[in-house]
Design a protein around this ligand. Structure first.
Ligand code: CAA
Length: 258
C-alpha cells in the first residue's frame, strides 16, 4: 500500500493513514486502499480490534484531498463522495470494534473518518472541524449525517455553518470524542483500551456493536426486539458458557471467540 501502513500487534490491527506531507489528506487512491484493507481485516478472525491513527506529527487526517477535488466535475465529485461514504460505512460496520487515536488535525473528511469509528480518543493537541463551507462545498463523506447523530442537530449545524476548528476539550464537552489524553500517551491508552476489549468475549463485543449500529436506526420496540434476538444468540456460544462458569467458579474467563 502506498498511502496506508498496517501492522498487527497481538490481536489488534493498527492502521496508519500515511501521507504526512499532505497531512494524510484522503485522495481516491487512499480510500481504495482503505477499502481493500478493511475487507481483509473483516475476514481476519485473528484481529479482534482495530486502531486508526494518522502518520506524521501534525494530523490525523486534514480532510479529503483538495488538490484532487479542485478540478472535479459534479459527476466526478458525486462518485468521489460515494466512494468515501462506502468506505466509511464499511468501517462503521466492520465486525471488529474500531478506535480512532487522534493526535492532530481531524478536519473535514478526517473528522468524518473519526466519526465512522466506534470510539474516539483525542490527544490534548487534536483539532476538529468541518470547514467545507469555506471551500464552497458541503461535507461529502457522511459528516452532515454522523455529526448531528453524535452531538445533536443544533451543535452540528453550528459546526457545519461556522466551520471553526474546535480543540479536543471542546470536542469532549460536545460528546464528539470519548476521552482527551496527553499526546505522549495517546497510543498507549488506545492500545490499553483495545486490549481490554479484546480480553472480553469477541462475539459478544461484535454483537454489542451490531446492536447499537442497527438499533439506532430502528424504532425502539423493533430495536429492543433485535436486542432480544442477539441476546439469545449469545447463549449459543461457547463463550457464554465459559463466561458464566468462570464467574461461578470465581476465576478469570478464558474466551475462545466462539
Ligand atoms: N488536501 C490536500 N492537501 C492538504 C490538505 C487537504 N485537505 N490539507 C493540508 N494539505 C497539504 C497542504 O497543501 C500542504 O502541502 P504543501 O506543503 O505541498 O504546500 C501540506 O499539506 C501542509 O499543510 P499546510 O502548509 O497548510 O499546514 P498548516 O499547518 O499551515 O495548516 C491546516 C494546517 C490548518 C490543517 C491546513 O492545511 C488546512 O486548512 N487544510 C485543509 C483543511 C480542510 O479544509 N479540510 C476539508 C477538506 S474538504 C473535505 O474534506 C470534503 C469532504 O468532506 C469529503
Amino acid at each position: 500500500m502506498e498511502n496506508l501502513l498496517y501492522e498487527k500487534s497481538d490481536s489488534i490491527g493498527i492502521i496508519t493513514m500515511n501521507r504526512p506531507k499532505a497531512l494524510n489528506a484522503l485522495n481516491a487512491a487512499t480510500l481504495r486502499e482503505l477499502d481493500s484493507l478493511l475487507t481483509a481485516i473483516a475476514s481476519d478472525s485473528a484481529v479482534k480490534a482495530v486502531i486508526i491513527r494518522g502518520g506524521g506529527e501534525k494530523a490525523f487526517v486534514a480532510g479529503a484531498d483538495i488538490t484532487e477535488m479542485q478540478s472535479m466535475s459534479a459527476m466526478e465529485a458525486r462518485s468521489f463522495g460515494k466512494l468515501g461514504q462506502m468506505v466509511f460505512n464499511k468501517l462503521e460496520n466492520l465486525p471488529q470494534p474500531v478506535i480512532a487515536a487522534i493526535h492532530g488535525f481531524a478536519l473535514g473528511g478526517g473528522c468524518e473518518l473519526a466519526m465512522a469509528c466506534d470510539i474516539r480518543i483525542a490527544s490534548e493537541k487534536a483539532k476538529f472541524g468541518q470547514p467545507e463551507v469555506m471551500l464552497g462545498v458541503t461535507p461529502g463523506f457522511g459528516g452532515t449525517q454522523r455529526l448531528p447523530r453524535l452531538v445533536g442537530k443544533g451543535i452540528a449545524k453550528e459546526l457545519l455553518f461556522v466551520g471553526d476548528q474546535i480543540d479536543a476539550l471542546e470536542a469532549y464537552r460536545l460528546g464528539l470524542v470519548n476521552r482527551v489524553v496527553p499526546v505522549a500517551s495517546l497510543m498507549e491508552i488506545a492500545i490499553a483500551m483495545a486490549n481490554k476489549i479484546v480480553s472480553h468475549a469477541p462475539v459478544a463485543v461484535q454483537l454489542c456493536k451490531a446492536a447499537v449500529n442497527e438499533g439506532m436506526d430502528m424504532a425502539l420496540d423493533s430495536a429492543t426486539a433485535y436486542e432480544a434476538e442477539i441476546f439469545g444468540l449469545c447463549f449459543a456460544t461457547i463463550d457464554q458458557k465459559e463466561g458464566m462458569q468462570a464467574f461461578v467458579e470465581k476465576r478469570k474467563a478464558n474466551f475462545a471467540g466462539k
